[in-house]
Design a protein around this ligand. Structure first.
Ligand SMILES: [Zn+2]
Ligand SMILES: [Zn+2]
Length: 601
């Protein structure tokens, strides 16, 4: 196979031959410019440079400026600056190429220096091509003061409202999290174009304000502009962490009406989003409507089956696509192994882990190892999982140890659990979940002293426990609940409903699993504490407000506890309701008293 380097050197040798034989200045210039644009090495740049010195002038076709850009992009700033000084009658194009070169290299200080020199020492009128690269260098370097200074310069030179400059400043403020400044600037633009609106949608999304993203999108439509790929991708991202199915359906309709349904990037994002919101059917429908699904699309579909616990269907899709000639990559295998793991398909998982490297030549990465540890751990094969970790050629990360820790929690293996938790704490001493997990393992075994030592060390290190929050969508609004939450306007009704539920399931023979509660307190107190968990409150609310044929969909930022899990199973049986809970790990689909996760998560 020809390496890129070889391809390149053959192109260059053809050109060097030509350079010697070309006598016409015009043709020589064209050849040199072409060679320069396709060159990726400094030796080639220097050869072209030498030829320019011999037969041409730096100003011919701006070849001097282009050489400057090439030297910078190859990382040879000194050569670039030396050449820049040699170029006679430097004009704005020369300065701009130097500035943009440093900006592309991410060298803010050089970029800024050149910009300031140009501004103070030469009476050239800068244009948008001067300013935008400096703004973008500030954006990447998160240089707030410099950014504000450039905003001032844009005002001073009357360039603030030129749409490209305004858009780059809006993006910059968005990246800095200074939304007020971005909004103010946006409002000043007399006629914002599609890029300006997209910038507003995107910065709202990046800053966790999905409502703002949708407001700007609606205003943009009122102004008669049609969304493009960038708009839709930003909107879909805005929905990612919110249970907002209605909004996603709205975007889906927009995708259709704007004729963007042939765009695989967009349809794949939509497929992923439906799956994350618990709508596997909708995901599957989107997938079947993609006329030519690429590797990213079918890997995303496998991932969707995986988190919903449809391991066999994921395998079927994988096998079908491979038969059709699709080449799986490491991402496909991560999803496939995770599908095996989520569905407890140990033998299948082992088989695919084996053929991944032996048949497809893909070396296992950390993600693949954590799937395998999860898979083995789930079956209680804790020693096999531990052996796999000890023998892996890579340094295990938090994902790998976390999978083992999860298994130790379920199978109550204190010894391995302790080791896994300690490794996790060493890797990320500020993540409260690891301390809680270790403390829970000790509590479940009745080792109260050890449990309280863990909590004390967590406190001593100033680690704050992540608050559990559950979300549920109703009436075009997202309702959020924390533990023991009375802030909702219908709080009294909700808590009445919850009490009624708890009474009903106890009558039906439910036994609470109070070892999910950390503290060494009386059983009765513990029961009071677990009955106030946020997902139970959200569930009670869901039962109050949704009709009996609708599934109840709840999202939770942390892993669901054992007691809530068992409670929801009982509720799905006695209330005859489909309940879907997405926790930080996966989807749980509760129906007729059982859960799709098979009680392992
Ligand atoms: Zn709970
Ligand atoms: Zn479950």
């Amino acid at each position: 196979m020809r390496t890129p380097k070889k391809i390149y050197s053959s192109v260059f040798s053809e050109f060097s031959l030509q350079f010697h034989t070309i006598s016409c200045r015009e043709s020589l210039l064209t050849s040199l410019l072409f060679a320069l644009n396709s060159s990726h090495s400094v030796s080639c740049c220097r050869a072209i440079h030498a030829r320019v010195l011999k037969s041409l002038n730096y100003r011919d076709g701006f070849i001097g400026d282009q050489l400057v850009s090439s030297y910078i992009s190859l990382g040879f700033a000194d050569d670039a600056e030396k050449l820049f000084d040699e170029i006679p009658h430097r004009d704005l194009v020369s300065w701009n190429s130097l500035i943009s070169g440093f900006s592309k290299r991410g060298d803010l200080s050089k970029c800024m220096n050149v910009f300031l020199t140009l501004k103070s020492e030469f009476s050239l009128h800068m244009n948008e091509l001067t300013l935008i690269p400096v703004v973008s260098a500030c954006t990447s370097a998160k240089a707030r003061h410099e950014g504000q200074y450039l905003h001032g310069i844009a005002v001073k030179f009357g360039m603030k409202l030129e749409s490209k400059i305004a858009n780059s400043l809006i993006n910059m403020y968005g990246k800095f999290g200074c939304l007020d400044s971005a909004f103010r600037l946006f409002l000043e633009i007399p006629e914002p174009n599609l890029v300006s609106w997209n910038s507003m949608v995107a910065i709202c999304t990046q800053n966790g304000i999905p409502d703002g993203a949708f407001q700007h999108f609606n205003m943009m439509k009122h102004n008669g502009l049609l969304p493009d790929e960038a708009t839709i991708v930003a909107l879909l991202q805005a929905c990612e962490n919110l249970p907002v199915v209605k909004l996603v359906e709205t975007i889906h309709a927009v995708i259709f009406t704007c004729g963007l349904d042939e765009n695989v990037t967009i349809t794949t994002s939509l497929l992923i989003l439906y799956s994350k919101l618990g709508r596997l059917h909708a995901s599957h429908k989107v997938f079947t409507e993609i006329s030519k699904p690429d590797k990213v699309a079918w890997s995303a579909m496998i991932a969707a089956y995986a988190i919903h616990g449809h391991g066999e269907t994921a395998i079927e899709l994988f096998e079908r696509k491979v038969r059709q000639g699709m080449e799986p990559d490491h991402v496909t295998f991560t999803h496939l192994l995770s599908a095996c793991s989520h569905s407890g398909l140990v033998e299948e998982g082992r088989y695919y882990f084996h053929i991944m490297s032996n048949v497809f030549g893909i070396q296992p990465r950390l993600d693949h190892y954590s799937c395998m540890v999860d898979l083995l751990g789930r079956r209680g094969l804790l020693n096999d999982a531990y052996e796999l970790i000890k023998n892996m050629p890579l340094e295990p990360n938090a994902g790998v140890w976390g999978a083992l820790l999860g298994a130790c929690r379920v199978y109550r293996n204190i010894e391995l659990g302790k080791e896994a938790a300690e490794k996790m704490i060493a890797l990320d001493p500020l993540d409260s979940r690891n301390y809680i997990m270790l403390s829970n393992i000790y509590s479940a075994a009745g080792l109260w002293d050890d449990a309280s030592k863990v909590r004390a060390s967590m406190k001593a290190k100033g680690v704050i426990r992540t608050r559990g929050i559950s979300f549920i969508e109703h009436g075009k609004k997202i309702h959020r609940f924390v533990v023991d939450d009375y802030s909702h306007p219908d709080a009294n009704k909700i808590h009445e409903k919850l009490k009624e539920l708890v009474r009903k399931i106890h009558e039906a023979g439910f036994v609470p699993e109070t070892d999910s509660v950390l503290h060494n307190v009386d059983e009765e107190v513990k029961m009071g504490m677990i009955n106030k968990h946020s997902e139970k409150i959200a569930l009670a609310y869901g039962l109050l407000v949704t009709s009996s044929d609708e599934p109840i969909v709840i999202m939770k930022n942390l892993r669901i506890c054992r007691d809530c899990h068992s409670t929801v199973k009982f509720v799905s049986l006695i209330e005859k309701r489909a309940i879907i809970i997405r926790d930080s790990k996966r989807f749980h689909q509760f129906l007729d008293g059982s859960c799709s996760c098979g009680d392992y998560w």
